[in-house]
Design a protein around this ligand. Structure first.
Ligand code: SF4
Length: 334
């Protein structure tokens, strides 16, 4: 069943009593396309803080005063270790290198990230993803050649609400990066953050935009208010059943795509967290988020086992093992 815009609006506005029959429909659709498999993404905050942009929810924007740590790009060893730790300790299936900022500033940074992607490709089974802001065609090509499989670039919210969330760049710029990645044959992971004051119609508007763009994976984040950000001042918690209706409607609109529930799930869903999978999610983020703590990975793995769900195994076979290859001129540490 694919939904019309009007049907989606009616469903997202369902009453609490009607929510469980909506979840049953979404669960059926998830099972049809994803069986009982769940993907686990892990991330490293590879460069933090002092961002030139003013996204209203973000702890890393240089426009707001928050307690988020500020540091330049991590070393290749640190990024690589974070990837192997998340595979070994958390059973992650996909790993993303995430940097704060509108775009990556230097060629050296792209070189370093490409080096880490290539090591992850050859030495782990992890799918490889990056989230580096706006990227040029050349940068995308370079990263793809190094082993990048998927680009993460959230649209954040509906186009009709974007100027309430960010005024330092445009929605069109975000769309252009997604289209450039698709044109280069990369998979795209793009979703948004909810609970910023957008209407139910705007939540549906974003889902239809993502469907039109044919993105492969859609992360749903629910606002975790960070003191010092404008979004925290106007925070209105989304009730758990409202979050579940959102996830279910996204599953019914996006059908066979990966749908993840990521940041803010612990806070917004509380005791109903396991129901995110019954609402249609087949992906979640394991370990810590960019600037906030996630729940213990053991708890997530236990939740999946209790629900009878299995961790999806990555598609790329491990080819070799060994230390991260050193760049030209780099010395082995003693
Ligand atoms: S969401 Fe990204 S672009 Fe926006 S302020 Fe945060 S780091 Fe910068």
């Amino acid at each position: 069943m694919t939904l019309s815009f009007k049907e989606a609006i009616n469903l997202i506005n369902s009453s609490d009593e009607e929510t469980f029959s909506l979840l049953a429909k979404a669960d059926e659709t998830r099972r049809k396309f994803k069986g009982n498999k769940v993907k686990l993404c892990a991330i490293v905050n590879a460069k933090s803080g002092r961002c030139s942009e003013n996204c209203s929810f973000c702890a890393q924007s240089g426009h707001f005063s928050t307690k988020t740590p500020i540091y330049p790009l991590l070393s290749k060893d640190e990024m690589f270790k974070s990837a192997t730790d998340s595979e070994k300790n958390f059973h992650a299936t996909c790993f993303s290198i995430v940097t704060a900022g509108k775009s990556v500033k230097t060629d050296q940074e792209i070189e370093d990230i490409a080096g880490v992607l290539s090591a992850i490709k050859s030495q782990t089974k992890l799918d490889r993803c990056v989230s580096l802001g706006t990227l040029s065609k050349e940068q995308i090509k370079k990263l793809k050649a190094a082993g990048l499989k998927r680009l993460h670039h959230n649209l954040e919210t509906a186009e009709s609400f974007f100027n309430q969330v960010c005024t330092t760049h445009t929605y069109q710029e975000r769309l252009a990066t997604i289209k450039a990645a698709k044109a280069e044959g990369l998979e795209v992971c793009s979703g948004g953050i909810f609970g910023l004051g957008e209407t139910p119609e705007q939540r549906v508007e974003l889902a239809f935009t993502l469907a039109e763009l044919k993105v492969d994976s859609v992360p749903i984040n629910i606002l975790n208010p960070i003191p010092g950000t404008p979004a925290a001042k106007n925070y209105r918690p989304m009730p758990p059943l409202e979050v579940l209706r959102l996830v279910a409607v996204y599953r019914l609109i996006l059908q066979d795509k990966d749908i993840g529930v990521f940041g803010g799930r612990e806070l917004s869903l509380g005791t109903l967290q396991p129901l995110m999978f019954l609402a249609g999610a087949n992906v979640t983020l394991i370990g810590d988020y960019l600037t906030t703590k996630g729940q213990a990975p053991e708890k997530d793995l236990r939740m999946l086992a209790d629900l009878g769900l299995e961790v999806d195994t990555p598609s790329v076979p491990r080819q070799s093992s060994g230390p991260l290859p050193l760049a030209k001129g780099e010395k082995e540490r003693g």
